[in-house]
Design a protein around this ligand. Structure first.
Ligand SMILES: [Zn+2]
Length: 499
């Protein structure tokens, strides 16, 4: 297990980033922590503190093996006040006493430990200069002050060693803002799935795909990111455009792990930092396993999904960050993953009603309502499996075909309809324009009985995209019909789901 931390050379003015690697070595004798790579006396003494902290927090030291800590580069004599936490964390991850971070990420850890396992911020922590985008795992306050110390960079704050279990360790790769057009998958999509994908990508409508594992949910949302409109001068892609000179080739694709904290996701902290949702601005925010995200995150996402920005207020100060992103989310609806509400329900689900009720409670109505499309993926696979529908299964579109259809729809919208922003960003007046009296009656029939105005607007935006896919300036009844199906029925099924 390898982490990174900071050391100071004896006469060094600034802290330097080093690699800290833990190795468990089967050697006789009482288990000890051996720090290799020219530690100074203070660092050698820290091993007692690390051992004590680990035990006090209810973890164990390895038995029958020695802990070797390699500090690299090894030729410099080193001192550090923040290596305690780095060694303890690496050891707990190495021994799997705490789920380790994803293999492609190297956490940066800098904190001091007390004998009881409390984590403190070393007094030189404010001087660190981590690379932009790095999140430093450290303590909450320093030993001489109980007040939380403010740091001029992103950090995860632990009160005690045990908090590591809760610390969101987002894979560096998952977390990376990609500025390359992602590759669309080589596979093909069942017709129903491809229909969802093309309307979502062409109109930038947010989508929640619920359904059993293995039904292609993730593949679908990944592909959508690749088919989006290219970053352009106006509209939500403006941030990317601003970066064009420095090599921005694509819109950001941010995919936080579900263990992320509300603070890291939404933003906040002493310095009012922007969160992941603002890094996704003008691009895509992918949320896998949506129900596993912290409930507070669902709550906080409602504002940016509605307005395209987020205002964070803390201790009387507030700051607004742009957060206009295309939300692409996937989830199971129960623990075994097989449940979907509606007529097909319960066929394969092995969960108890109480279990399903618990899962259901994790998705709040107002949050689900922010998604333009709520669709169930079980039908996609069903079409493949059912022999009576064998013909359906052969109806599939390749990723390339879907991508071409999306590109044509976007071109049509830009060149023929001369509309520069995606349909998802049209305001109420724009989407009402040009409706026939029959269509108004159709909407009145559907939405007259107390359904939310948000759903109605959302359905109309979807209908516009269906028309774009047909290269038509006017909406047909079928566009509206299909939009009602995709933009309303899923939401209704979820609303009516009671256990
Ligand atoms: Zn189930």
């Amino acid at each position: 297990m390898r982490v990174q931390s900071y050391i100071r050379q004896r006469n060094g003015l600034s802290a330097e980033l080093i690699s800290v690697e833990i190795e468990l070595s089967l050697q006789p004798g009482l288990p000890q922590i051996h720090i290799l790579g020219l530690p100074d006396a203070a660092l050698r003494e820290s091993t007692l503190r690390i051992r004590s902290a680990i035990r006090s927090q209810g973890f164990r030291m390895p038995q029958g093996s020695q802990v070797l800590v390699h500090l690299r580069p090894s030729h410099l004599r080193k001192s550090s006040r923040g290596l305690d936490l780095a060694v303890a964390a690496a050891l707990l991850w190495e021994m799997r006493q705490i789920p380790p971070p994803p293999p492609d990420s190297i956490p940066v850890v800098y904190g001091a430990l007390t004998l009881g396992g409390e984590v403190e911020i070393p007094d030189d922590a404010e001087e660190l200069t981590p690379e932009p985008g790095t999140v430093v795992i450290t303590g909450r306050s320093s030993s001489y002050s109980m007040a939380p110390v403010e740091l001029p960079y992103a950090s995860w704050r632990l009160s005690q060693l045990r908090d590591l279990e809760k610390a969101p360790l987002v894979s560096a790769a998952q977390n990376e803002v990609k500025f390359q057009r992602p590759l669309a998958t080589a596979q093909s999509f069942p017709l129903a799935a491809s229909r969802v994908a093309e309307v979502v990508a062409a109109g930038e409508h947010s989508v929640l795909v619920a359904g059993p594992p293995g039904s292609g949910k993730s593949t679908l949302v990944e592909s959508v990111a690749a088919w989006l409109e290219e970053p352009n001068v106006v509209g939500p892609a403006s941030r990317c455009f601003a970066k064009a000179e420095s090599g921005c080739a694509w819109r950001p694709v941010v995919r936080p792990h579900h263990s992320i904290t509300p603070l890291a996701m939404i933003g906040g902290g002493g310095q009012l930092w922007a969160g992941e949702i603002s890094r996704a601005h003008s691009g895509v925010l992918i949320m896998d396993e949506l129900l596993e995200f912290h409930p507070e995150i669902q709550e906080s996402l409602r504002e940016p999904m509605e307005t395209g920005s987020i205002t964070i207020t803390r201790a009387g100060r507030s700051k607004t960050f742009p957060s206009r992103f295309l939300a692409l989310a996937t989830t199971n609806l129960c623990e075994c993953g097989q449940y979907v509400p509606g007529a097909r329900a319960l066929s394969k689900c092995r969960c108890s009603r109480a279990q399903r009720r618990r899962s259901r409670a994790r998705l709040t109505g107002p949050f689900a309502d922010r998604f333009a499309v709520l669709t169930f993926s079980d039908g996609w696979l069903g079409a493949k499996a059912a022999t009576t529908k064998a013909a359906e299964a052969t109806k599939a579109r390749t990723a390339v075909e879907v991508g071409e259809r999306v590109a044509k729809a976007i071109d049509f919208r830009r060149q023929i309809r001369e509309q520069r922003v995606a349909n998802a960003y049209l305001d109420s007046a724009q989407i009402e324009a040009g409706l026939t009296s029959f269509q108004r009656a159709m909407l009145q029939d559907t939405f007259g009985n107390g359904l939310s105005l948000r759903r109605r607007d959302s359905v109309l935006r979807l209908a516009r995209t269906f028309a774009d896919l047909r290269q038509s300036v006017t909406l047909s009844h079928q566009d509206l019909d299909e939009a009602i199906h995709l933009g309303l029925h899923g939401h209704l099924l979820l609303d009516e789901w009671r256990e």
